[in-house]
Design a binder for this molecule. Structure first.
Ligand SMILES: [Fe+2]
Length: 296
């Protein structure tokens, strides 16, 4: 079975690449690693590729990349996908720092690009803005979260970390509580994308940066229930909801089956479960209406 070890980068189309490059470099604090006529590649301060920007007609997330084990045999993985009726393609997309990729579509039309060879795009790079550490997770609105979760379990080997009732599912592929999550809605689109920060002080500094730049915080700071991450949300210039977070729950030992104990847990130990009720947050304010805008 395909078993992603971590998320690599997210690829977006946008009509105005320069506007998004400015946002990712000056607000999120990524570094422009490479610029082509219609493509740009942004990495974190430690040189991990995080975002690819392609010039396109509309603002949308087209592709997520995932790293698989270094001894993975792409031919074998392609044959496994074929058994599930999924066509895949081996290609070299000349993405900086990444070797061959095996690409296919997930059940909602997002391209999944698997890679096993990669290199840092620099080390200890000078950055502006927040200086997010890594791409953490990408959440999608889908018609049937159960169906999408089943696809990610069967085809990609993800595990369910938590559900909220039957409308929001959080899935992990490594120790992080969630790397993808799926929320029920009418229009299939990205719901939000999240970048990890070091700690709460780093998150506080990011709030001050938002204040200086007049970027409204549309939800938070708050501590979530599922995942227990402290988070804030804002909108980027393409109107996509972006989360910054720290202190996400960690499943350090899959055999033990519980998340690393933390003082803010209410279950002892904290195991994957279904959360019930509308407000699952541990503390913090409810979202502003702007958070929900455009979901349906
Ligand atoms: Fe999130």
């Amino acid at each position: 079975m395909i078993k992603p070890r971590r998320i690599g980068h997210a690829t977006f189309e946008t009509p105005d690449p320069q506007k998004m490059i400015d946002y990712y470099t000056q607000v999120i604090g990524f570094v422009l690693a490479e610029r082509e006529k219609d493509r740009a590649f942004l990495c974190s301060q430690i040189g991990l590729l995080a975002i690819q920007i392609n010039k396109g007609d509309t603002e949308r997330c087209t592709t997520l990349s995932f790293e698989v084990a270094p001894d993975s045999d792409f031919g074998e993985l392609a044959r496994e996908l074929e058994k599930d009726g999924i066509k895949s393609e081996l290609s070299n997309d000349s993405v900086p720092g990444i070797g061959q990729v095996l690409t296919f579509k997930d059940n909602k039309g997002t391209t999944i690009a698997l890679f096993k060879e990669w290199s840092y795009l620099g080390k200890h790079l000078l950055h502006l803005g927040v200086g997010a550490l890594k791409l953490g997770h990408v959440a999608w609105v889908v018609n049937d979260p159960g169906k999408t979760a089943a696809f990610y379990e069967k085809v990609l080997g993800f595990k369910v970390s938590d559900w909220i009732d039957d409308w929001f599912v959080f899935m992990r592929c490594n120790t992080d509580h969630h790397t993808v999550n799926f929320i029920r809605g009418n229009n299939i689109k990205m719901h939000h994308m999240a970048f990890e920060l070091k700690d709460f002080i780093h998150l506080q500094n990011s709030c001050d940066l938002f204040g200086q730049r007049n970027i409204p915080i549309i939800w938070g700071p708050l501590r979530h229930g599922p995942g227990h991450n402290i988070a804030t949300y804002h909108r980027n210039p393409d109107d996509q909801v972006i989360e910054l977070f720290c202190e996400l729950d960690q499943m350090v030992d899959e055999e033990l089956g519980y998340f690393e104990p933390r003082p803010w847990h209410r279950d002892f130990p904290q195991r994957p479960k279904t959360w019930v009720g509308r407000s699952t947050n541990f503390w913090g304010p409810p979202p502003l209406p702007d958070f929900h805008r455009g979901r349906d």
